[in-house]
Design a binder for this molecule. Structure first.
Ligand SMILES: [Fe+2]
Ligand SMILES: [Fe+2]
Length: 200
């Protein structure tokens, strides 16, 4: 096993910790944007993503303290992080691209390095988190496509069921009611059906 202090894995864990914290923060900001735009249910979905990122950050942090013990006072990292703004549609697209690079490229590469350096549990963690980031990408791609195409609350074929997340009423139709007939909340309170199989 490569000495932790000298390992590339130490730096990769610190880089990933920083990335997850920033991602969590950006999702919190995006959730606020979604809320302001009236997409209440989408805002809650995005907050769940933020929550997931903080859970990933915690695991990376704990790996650093597990192997670094009291010897890790400070880790210098050289890495780039995204700072971009835009509309909700833009942000969904940007974040789906970020998730793609973490899930498909960065974390699998870090996992291989951890394997080579003898940190099997770190390699496993990177691979497990990569899978979550891939699922995040799918969610964001769907939300982006449907928000852009104005099909978030439309049924693709015939009639569908739409459930209000506020009061629980289920309404049938070609699209979700503009205003909930039971609790009178706007359409943004209605649930969005996330279909995880949309992207292979
Ligand atoms: Fe994450
Ligand atoms: Fe993610």
């Amino acid at each position: 096993m490569v000495d932790f202090q000298q390992s590339k894995t130490k730096e990769n864990l610190a880089r990933s910790f920083a990335a997850e914290c920033q991602e969590g923060a950006r999702y919190q900001f995006m959730a606020q944007t979604a809320m302001q735009d009236g997409y209440t249910y989408m805002s809650a979905l995005i907050r769940t993503l933020a929550h997931n990122e903080m859970a990933h950050a915690k695991q990376f942090f704990q790996m650093i303290t597990k192997y670094g013990g009291d010897n890790v006072q400070n880790i210098d990292i050289c890495a780039g992080y995204p700072f971009r703004s835009g509309t909700l549609v833009d942000l969904l697209k940007l974040e789906s691209e970020n998730e793609h690079s973490s899930g498909e490229n960065i974390y699998p590469e870090f996992a291989d390095i951890a394997d080579e350096e003898g940190y099997k549990d770190v390699a496993k963690l990177f691979r497990l988190i990569a899978d979550v980031e891939k699922s995040h990408e799918k969610i964001l791609v769907q939300l982006h496509e449907e928000l852009k195409g104005k099909t978030l609350y439309k049924c693709c074929e015939g009639e569908g069921c739409f459930k209000c997340d506020e009061c629980g009423t289920v309404q049938t139709g070609k699209c979700a009611p503009v205003e909930c007939p039971l609790c009178h909340q706007p359409q943004g309170y209605y649930r969005i059906n996330i279909t995880m199989n949309r992207m292979k």
